[in-house]
Design a protein around this ligand. Structure first.
Ligand code: SF4
Length: 336
C-alpha cells in the first residue's frame, strides 16, 4: 500500500506552499490522478486538495475574451451560455469527451495536465520511459495502434488524450499560471511539450507553479467551426484522431483557418505554415486535400498506427465540410 498524507488548501499561496514538499501533487477532480494512484503509476507522499481555491469562475477578460478558472468543471464550461454562443467549438469538443459523470467533476486545469492513456504507461510490469525514465518504451515494438504519428521521438510515441485541449489550441487560448517567480501567461501552443529525450515531462509548467486560468481571445469562430472525433466506440472513448477547425470564409474564399489535431501527437498539433498557405484560396476539394497532405507531410506511421495518416487526412476533409457547409465531394463531381 502507498501511504500518503492529505492537506486541504484554502488559497493559492497555501496550495503552492504545501505543493513544495517532494511528491505532493494537486488534487482537483481526481479523475486521472486517482486512477494513477490505484494503478501504482503515481505514488504521492502528500495530496494537496485544491478544490476550495477561488479559481473556478468563468468571466469576461479585459481584452474582450473569456477567462475560465482552472477549477471550473468541464460541464460548467461546456454548458456556460457565453461559451456555447461565442465558443461552440470548445463546448462541442468537451461534450465529445469522457462521460457526463466525469465531466461533472473533472476540471479545466486537470484536463490540461491529464496524462497519456498509453497502455504501457499504466502497466507497471512493462518498460516505459514516461513512467520510469531510461527503462525503454513498450509501445515502440508493441501494440501501438493508438500512438503518435507526428512529433514522436525514439523515447516515446504517446499521445495527449484531451479533447478540450484540441479546441483550446485551435482557438489560440492561453494559460495563466502562478508560482515561485510570480505570474506568467503561456500561449497554448507552448504549454504542452513534445517527448524528445524527456518524455516524463508533459508540459512546460514549472514544479513550483499552479494553473490559475485559461483565457480565450475575443474571436471565437462561432459561425464556422467543426470538431470531428474518430474513435472506436460512440461514447466514452478517447480519440484515435480528432480535428478542431475554426474557419472564416468570404463566399468560398478562405479568410482565416485554424486547425488543431488530437490523438496524433504528444500535444495538440498545429501547423501554422499549412494554415497560412490556405489564406486567400478557394475552398474546394483540391485545396482541402492539399492542406490535409501538408498537415501530414511529416507524419510517420508504425505497423499498428500507419492507418492514422489517411484517417487524419479524411477527418480534416470532414471537418472542412462541416464547418463550411460545402460538400467537397459534390463540388469535385460538379467539376468533372
Ligand atoms: Fe511509455 Fe511513451 Fe512508450 Fe507509452 S509510448 S510506453 S508512455 S514511453
Amino acid at each position: 500500500m502507498n501511504r500518503f498524507s492529505y492537506t486541504r488548501a484554502n488559497d493559492v499561496s497555501a496550495a503552492l506552499e504545501a505543493h513544495r514538499a517532494p511528491s505532493a501533487p494537486f488534487l482537483a477532480g481526481g479523475t486521472n490522478l486517482v486512477d494513477l494512484i490505484k494503478e501504482g503509476v503515481a505514488r504521492p507522499e502528500r495530496l494537496v486538495d485544491i478544490r476550495r481555491l477561488p479559481i473556478a469562475a468563468i468571466q469576461p477578460s479585459a481584452d474582450g475574451g473569456i477567462e475560465i478558472g482552472a477549477l471550473a468543471t468541464n460541464s460548467a464550461v461546456a454548458y456556460d451560455e457565453r461559451i456555447q454562443s461565442r465558443y461552440p467549438l470548445l463546448s462541442k469538443a468537451i461534450l465529445s469527451g469522457a462521460s457526463a459523470q466525469i465531466r461533472n467533476v473533472a476540471t479545466v486545469g486537470g484536463n490540461l495536465l491529464q496524462r497519456t492513456r498509453c497502455h504501457y504507461f499504466y502497466d507497471t510490469a512493462t518498460p516505459c520511459n514516461k513512467r520510469r525514465p531510461g527503462s525503454g518504451c513498450g509501445a515502440m515494438n508493441g501494440v501501438n495502434r493508438i500512438h503518435a504519428i507526428l512529433g514522436a521521438s525514439e523515447h516515446c510515441i504517446a499521445v495527449h488524450p484531451s479533447d478540450m485541449c484540441v479546441a483550446l489550441a485551435a482557438l489560440d487560448a492561453s494559460v495563466r499560471v502562478t508560482g515561485g517567480e510570480g505570474e506568467r501567461v503561456v500561449p497554448f501552443d507552448a504549454f504542452h511539450r513534445l517527448p524528445g529525450d524527456a518524455p516524463h515531462i508533459d508540459t512546460n509548467l514549472r514544479d513550483d507553479e499552479i494553473i490559475v486560468a485559461v483565457t480565450l481571445p475575443a474571436e471565437g469562430f462561432a459561425d464556422r467551426y467543426a470538431y470531428v472525433k474518430v474513435r472506436d466506440r460512440a461514447s466514452f472513448a478517447f480519440a484515435l484522431v480528432s480535428v478542431a477547425l475554426a474557419l472564416k470564409l468570404d463566399g468560398t474564399r478562405i479568410e482565416a483557418v485554424r486547425c488543431a489535431l488530437g490523438g496524433v501527437a504528444h500535444k495538440p498539433w498545429r501547423d501554422r505554415d499549412a494554415e497560412a498557405a490556405l489564406r486567400g484560396k478557394t475552398l474546394d476539394a483540391t485545396t482541402v486535400r492539399d492542406f490535409a497532405s501538408a498537415m501530414m507531410r511529416d507524419a510517420r506511421g508504425l505497423p499498428g498506427n500507419a492507418f492514422k495518416i489517411e484517417l487524419t487526412a479524411r477527418a480534416i476533409e470532414r471537418a472542412f465540410e462541416q464547418a463550411s457547409g460545402i460538400s467537397l465531394a459534390a463540388r469535385e463531381d460538379d467539376a468533372s
